[in-house]
Design a protein around this ligand. Sequence first.
Ligand code: CO
Length: 261
Amino acid sequence: RPCRSDCQGGHTMTTLKSAEELQRLRESNRLVAEVMQNLLEMVEPSISTLDLDVEADRLIRERGAIPAFKGYRDYPNTICASVNEQVVHGIPSSRKLREGDLVSIDVGVRYRDFYGDMCRTVPVGKISASAERQIQTARICLSEACNRAVVGNRLGDICMTIEAIAHRNGYEVVRDYVGHGIGRRLHEDPQIPNFGIPRPNIRLRPGLVLAIEPMLNAGNWEVERLSDEWTVITKDRKLSVHFEDVVAVTEDGPEILTRVD
Ligand code: CO
């Protein structure tokens, strides 16, 4: 979520979802995962990020859902498409993807009053070994963070897992943007930084639904925003990758909702 330094308020209480609400969240997040699967299959050299955006809009509406980002604080498009040194919130354009690029595709939907939110970073054609390793590390950060979404753990266990794996592999984590609770609103409390937070912090309970979104930079963690008011890039122009899944804390362990099967 866009937050912290540039937060315009609108925070919500951390809500615990009922069984019915969790079922709705399963549907909205499965839906966004289906859309994502379709978009990822389209990624190849010479497609533009706007082509992906147009198709995302169609796929979402065809399923009876609504793009969640369009109009959110005046964001103009359905997806965020962030290429190479772009960190998050890249605005789709006629820019064509080229062999060797990395593109992160971030999609949000609202379906029957509940939100789904997901991001994947993928190679365009063949990419460098170091870029591959960065993507792989971010994937591991996300899956290990989701594994920590267990009753009795603290929120900080999720946050520090991401930071520790990133640092161990030589990456920095973005500090200006964070993950978030999700439900009837796209962004609910708690905020979920990608770095350790002071204790005490909240204990994880059944019914918490969290959008966890590691952002890993090859260089420094510092970022800046382009004059389009949205696109966030690394200050040192080195590569950044971003992944996001929605996970529910349940009595039976973490349940990743942004899944197709
Ligand atoms: Co999000």
